[in-house]
Design a protein around this ligand. Structure first.
Ligand code: UAG
Ligand code: ATP
Ligand code: API
Ligand code: MG
Length: 541
């Protein structure tokens, strides 16, 4: 067995063959030069699949990776990169990642049995198998990002990638950017909580920010489809787990940071540090656009190499707006002193719009064109989505508010635009196996800012829904407690809200937004707040 010290090792070069990929769309047709790939299948990559049929030399995958030792033949061809031993296939490279539940290093034998030809590890196992190439790295998750980027030939370098981070507003901003840039005539991609999209093609989303191999694969498909811009959400989990390692961003946006995900990050300071990590890694020449109304905005960009710009609805900033009128139909605004009407609701959406406007101008778009197009933007599904019972004159609002800040924002927006005699009935729950400290806070906000609150379930996962509701109700003040009741079954809770609503009343159904399932003990059942409230309206007549 040969053990290579990679500091002195020089790879045996194979001739450069470079596969050429063409998309079916004539408009998108453009050559897509892969790195040194070979084999009969190198020209048949199907951009519609995540798992493209291709082979890349292991040494080429490791070019940007800090390799401690390489044991075996680095010139083997790798045909896929896998992190789950249950999904290995012959010819793959298995990257062992330490997770929150188990350590991927425990599955090296399983990976080899499944046909892996190499493994990336942080420590060599006691007994080495002669059939495997071992690559030792200081951090497998970091290595994975670079390996995935190399496997797909660095797609982020072939387009302009804009990342959006923040506790709330990521999906909204990314969706608006995707709509705006398409309306400005560009081919675009989007990676978001609700869905991933390549122009018209919708690809279901499993995460806000997918894991590195899926992410790089998606970006490669976007390049192949001729996209010049991609807008993606960057979750704090993704930063900490290095899912975005190996990406080159043209710009980063910070929307805000408030209470969430403390189950994962431990403390608020760690949560801030995670988000800041995204800006720390932005390269010189990129833009960092931050919300100056959030007091952590300046911390986010204090160490960035990117060019910093700000937006604000409260103070002086590079991009600023003033709300002239706020109604159920939309907002009348002054954006950098130009009057504008948009079809969005709520002050928080003005902040989101400023982020969109600012980044478009920074990326070189004409201010006038951008402002004109802002009026055409529509919110993503499940964000302040209105379902009306016209006969009974009751308005239901389905909103993805699942943090204390988002809930407060939505309820204060409702209180600003409702008529004084209309009551607000809120239906809300909190997810299981997620930050438990937000439960009493969300409940307190709901009870304080609504006339009636019905607590219920929201993806209880592996927790008891009754216990989650109990923890929520513990946050409600004695004075507000009489306004509240609880129905564990979300369907019943929604029906109860409708049965209590009178003419003109508003029902806020918070927490699930676009979601079309209820997750209980690892199983997902179909459930859609919008369908449920429509049905409840129908049966109440
Ligand atoms: C808490 C969290 O982030 N978990 C993510 C993490 O899983 P994990 O750390 O628990 O993985 P693990 O089960 O310990 O396994 C460790 C490694 O061993 C491997 N393994 C495991 C078992 C086995 O038999 N063989 C094997 O090889 C696994 O494939 C993995 O590579 O790594 C997995 C693979 O990348 C992710 O799918 C998984 O997301 C789970 C499903 C999840 O719910 N994540 C949420 C919390 C999340 O990521 N949310 C963010 C933010 C949302 C927001 O901002 O609102 C998002 O970006 O979506
Ligand atoms: N800029 C904002 N500030 C505060 N709250 C917002 C903002 N934008 C949207 N919201 C509220 O937060 C909810 C979630 O918005 P959105 O889906 O855009 O956020 P997100 O950051 O993508 O959330 P997630 O982390 O779950 O993916 C909305 O339904 C709305 O209630
Ligand atoms: N991205 C958030 C979404 C929460 C949505 C809510 N419906 C829940 O399931 O808790 C999370 O995974 O924490
Ligand atoms: Mg999102």
């Amino acid at each position: 067995m040969i053990v290579w010290d990679c500091n002195v090792w020089v790879s045996r070069k194979l001739p450069l063959t470079g596969g050429l990929l063409r998309t079916s769309s004539a408009q998108a047709a453009q050559s897509y030069q892969f790195p040194r790939t070979f084999g009969a299948d190198s020209c048949t990559q199907n951009p519609r699949l995540y798992k493209v049929e291709r082979k890349v030399l292991l040494t080429d995958l490791l070019k940007n990776v800090e390799v401690r030792t390489l044991t075996g033949d680095g010139d083997v061809a790798v045909n896929s990169v896998v992190t789950d031993s249950r999904k290995v296939s012959p010819g793959c490279l298995f990257v062992a990642v330490k997770g929150t539940q188990v350590d991927g290093h425990a599955f090296l034998t399983q990976a080899e049995t499944g046909g892996a030809i190499g493994v990336v590890v942080e420590n060599l196992p006691d007994a080495l198998s002669p059939g495997l190439v071992y690559v030792v790295v200081p951090d497998s998750a970091v290595a994975l990002g670079h390996i995935a980027a190399a496997f797909f030939d660095h797609p982020s370098e072939k387009l302009k990638l804009v990342g959006v981070t923040g506790t709330n507003g990521k999906t909204s901003v990314v969706t608006f950017l995707f709509q705006l840039f398409r309306n400005l005539g560009y081919r675009c991609g989007m990676i978001s909580t609700v869905q991933n999209q390549i122009e018209e093609e919708v690809i279901p989303s499993t995460h806000t920010t997918p894991e590195a191999v899926v992410l790089q694969g998606l970006l490669a498909r976007m390049v192949a489809a001729g996209c010049s811009y991609v807008f993606m959400e960057v979750s704090s989990h993704a930063v900490v787990q290095h899912r975005i390692e190996g990406l080159r961003f043209a710009a980063g946006i910070f929307t805000n940071i408030t209470h969430d995900h403390l189950d994962f990050h431990g403390t608020f300071d760690h949560y801030i540090a995670a988000k800041k990590g995204f800006f720390d890694a932005l390269p010189a020449g990129a833009y960092a656009l931050v919300n100056a109304d959030d007091r952590r905005g300046s911390v986010m960009v204090q160490n960035t190499k990117a060019e910093v710009h700000t937006y604000s609805i409260r103070s002086m900033a590079d991009f600023r707006a003033k709300i002239l009128a706020s109604t159920f139909q939309g907002l009348q605004l002054l954006v950098n002193d130009r009057e504008l009407w948009v079809r969005l609701i709520g002050a928080f959406n003005v902040s989101n719009l400023l982020a969109v406007y600012g980044i478009a101008v920074l990326l070189g778009e004409e201010e006038e064109n951008v402002l004109t197009e802002l009026s055409a933007l529509t919110p993503p599904p499940g964000r302040f989505e209105v379902v009306r019972d016209e006969v009974a004159d009751i308005t239901a609002i389905v909103d993805y508010a699942h943090t204390p800040d988002a809930l407060e924002n939505v309820l204060s927006t409702i209180s600003q635009i409702r008529n004084y005699n209309e009551r607000v009935i809120t239906v809300v729950g909190c997810g299981g196996n997620r930050d438990a400290t937000k439960r009493p806070r969300m409940a307190a906000i709901a009870a304080k800012m609504s006339d009636r609150v019905i607590f219920t379930s929201d993806n209880s996962r592996n927790e008891e829904p009754e216990e989650i509701i109990r923890q929520m109700r513990a946050g409600v003040s004695a004075a507000d407690y009489r306004k509240t009741s609880a129905f564990v079954d979300r369907k019943e809770a929604i029906r109860q809200a409708v049965s209590e609503a009178g003419k003109g009343d508003i029902i806020l159904i918070a927490g699930k937004g676009h979601e079309t399932y209820q997750e209980v003990r690892g199983q997902r059942f179909h459930f859609d707040d919008r369908e449920e409230v429509r049905e409840a309206f129908a049966v109440s007549r």
